[in-house]
Structures are given as structure tokens and as C-alpha cells.
Write a new protein. Structure first.
Length: 258
């Protein structure tokens, strides 16, 4: 009888010890799982802001010079409409010098930004639009040529707004859309577009200063107008068929990630 009780007591102790060991093992497993889960969540929270809040310094001297060119355009248009071609010539000279200067500074000191890649052509288009509208108003530029130039620029502007929206990292909000410190897409002018911009500026500049020149410029301006009309159409089509004109930065970021 005593032996049976002893056996039952030993068996009960063994079961109790086994239960305690199982509980301790289960607690250790749960603790390790919880630790791994906490570490994973913390790492994901640390990585998330870097993906969604990629920013750059947009307050650079090249961007400031480019912005000043844009702000000078209304004064340039007013001077042409009023017939003050001396002031218009001075503003054109400033636009040309500042354009060369901001490009040199951006390359020399590596201060280029994604905003600058958008702002620089936008300044050129603002200047071009101002010259086209004001010169056409004064009867110094043919209306069909003005329609071709402005029509191309309007279509490119609509495309720029579209690419900005589809390339903006989530969440897509109105505030983030206009926050240009968040880069999303980069515009790279095509080669023919660079030539076209030069020819357009040459035509508009020559037309603007022609009233103060001591000789006739009709024989130069008329052929140049036909050339600019052709290169404007060609450059517009080049953006449609070129694969390198617009680069979505979010796609590039995903490719660079291991």
C-alpha cells in the first residue's frame, strides 16, 4: 500500500515537472516570436519615412536665378506692348546671362536639383510665351506661327502636370503635389528640343530688338520664322516618341533597392 502511494506521488511529481518545463518552453517561444515581431515592426517604421519623405534642398542660387527670369517676364511683355524696346532688350540680355549663369553654377558646384530640371525649361517657356504673345499683339510675329509655338507648349505643360501626378509617391495629396522638395519625375529635353529652343529665342530676340537696329531685318526674319515653325513641330513629336524624355524617379528608386 505504501509502495503504491509512493509510485503515485512520484508519477504526480513527474507530471508536474513536465508541465512546468512545457510552460517554460512555450513562454520562451512566445517571447522570441514577440521579439522578432517587434524588431520587424520597428525596422519597417524606420525605413518607411525614408521612402515616402525623400526631399532635396530647393533653395539654391541656380533656382533663385531661374525664378528671377520668370518674374521678369511680365515686365518684358509690358515693355514690348508699350513699345519700349530698349527696356525689352535689356531684360532679354538679363534672361540670357542668368540662364548661362545658373547652368554654370549648377554644374560647377553640383547644386542641381530635380526642381531645377523642371524650373529651367519652365522659365524658358514662360519667356517664350511672353515674347510670342506680346510680339504677336504688336503685329511683329505671324499669328499661325504663334499658334504652333503656344499649342506645343500647352500640350507639354499638360503632360508635365500628368507625369507629376502619376509619379508622386503616396499619399497623393494636393499639398504634396505642389511640394517640389519631393522629387517624383525628371524631365530631360531632347536634342532637337534644345536646337528648337535656341532658334526660337534667336527669332524672338531678333524680332524684339529689330526696331532699334539701324538696318532692315525682314530678309533674315522671314526664313527664320519658317525654320522655327518646322523645328517646333519636330521637337513636339520628339517628346512623344522619345523614351528618355521623362524619367520616373520612383521607378528608379525601386530598381536601385536590393
Amino acid at each position: 500500500m505504501i509502495s503504491l502511494r509512493t509510485r503515485l506521488g512520484a508519477h504526480s511529481c513527474t507530471r508536474t515537472r513536465t508541465s512546468l518545463l512545457f510552460s517554460q518552453h512555450r513562454s520562451q517561444v512566445l517571447s522570441r516570436r514577440f521579439l522578432r515581431l517587434s524588431t520587424s515592426v520597428r525596422q519597417s517604421e524606420e525605413e518607411k519615412p525614408s521612402k515616402l519623405t525623400r526631399r532635396e534642398n530647393i533653395y539654391t542660387l541656380p533656382n533663385l536665378l531661374t525664378t528671377s527670369r520668370i518674374l521678369a517676364c511680365p515686365i518684358l511683355g509690358w515693355s514690348i506692348v508699350q513699345g519700349d524696346f530698349s527696356l525689352a532688350t535689356g531684360l532679354l540680355a538679363y534672361a540670357g546671362i542668368s540662364d548661362l549663369l545658373d547652368g554654370f553654377i549648377a554644374r560647377r558646384y553640383k547644386s542641381g536639383t530635380v526642381l531645377g530640371s523642371i524650373l529651367d525649361p519652365a522659365a524658358d517657356k514662360t519667356l517664350m510665351t511672353t515674347l510670342v504673345v506680346s510680339l504677336t499683339y504688336k503685329g511683329m510675329l505671324p499669328l499661325p506661327l504663334a499658334v504652333i509655338i503656344l499649342g506645343r507648349d500647352v500640350l507639354l505643360s499638360i503632360s508635365a502636370f500628368y507625369y507629376r501626378w502619376i509619379s508622386l509617391p503616396p499619399p497623393k495629396t494636393f499639398t504634396r503635389y505642389w511640394d517640389f522638395s519631393i522629387p517624383s519625375a525628371e524631365v530631360k529635353p531632347t536634342q532637337i528640343s534644345k536646337y528648337n529652343t535656341f532658334l526660337q529665342l534667336l527669332l524672338m530676340g531678333t524680332t524684339t530688338i529689330s526696331p532699334i537696329l539701324p538696318f532692315e531685318t525682314v530678309m533674315v526674319l522671314q526664313p527664320l520664322q519658317w525654320i522655327v515653325g518646322g523645328t517646333t513641330i519636330w521637337s513636339g513629336l520628339s517628346y512623344v516618341f522619345s523614351k528618355d524624355a521623362v524619367r520616373i524617379l520612383s521607378d528608379q528608386t525601386r530598381k536601385d533597392q536590393p
